[in-house]
Ligand binder design. Structure first.
Ligand SMILES: [Zn+2]
Length: 160
């Protein structure tokens, strides 16, 4: 069998967190390592947010997409969740920021601008005239905000 990693990465680029369907798990920084051995492919993933519920579904999608792309049976694709290295929001690639904003989710702040208590810029209009309404949005990893400039509620990914 071919041991190219290219089709594996291409397959991973098609897998998304069901909470954020427009951004691949690669762009979210969840893929830590991909490697071949004699028994198949090992994929190490970093869970984005401990406690977010979609991990089983993501693993299932990864196995299906990679097995198909590499011509392997699903048992030969082994997905491991790495919890020894915590996912941090700076693993999100900048290519994900635009799609996140278009979903009304403010990406986590760049480390340089992450002042404690700084208002989160609105993903719709860019205004910083926003306030935090609730520390917990639709998932524990997001907070709820309100933009006074364009009067839209929005969610922000918490920097972790
Ligand atoms: Zn706004």
């Amino acid at each position: 069998m071919s041991r190219s990693l290219t089709p594996v990465w291409e397959a991973l680029h098609t897998v998304a967190d069901p909470e954020i369907p427009t951004v691949s798990i690669v762009a979210l920084g969840m893929v830590k390592r991909v490697g071949w051995d004699d028994e198949g492919i090992d994929i190490d993933l970093v869970p984005t947010f401990l406690g977010c519920p979609a991990l089983d579904l993501i693993r299932h999608r990864v196995v299906r997409a990679v097995a198909q792309a590499a011509g392997l049976s699903p048992e030969m694709v082994r997905v491991r969740w790495c919890t020894e290295v915590p996912w941090t929001s700076d693993r999100i690639r900048t290519e994900a920021h635009g799609p996140l904003r278009r979903m009304g989710i403010a990406p986590p702040p760049e480390p340089a601008e992450a002042g404690a208590g700084e208002p989160v810029p609105c993903p719709y209009c860019g205004s910083r005239d926003t306030r935090q309404d609730n520390a917990f949005g639709s998932t524990a990893c997001r907070s709820l905000h309100y933009c006074r400039a364009c009067r839209n509620p929005f969610e922000a990914m918490k920097p972790v």
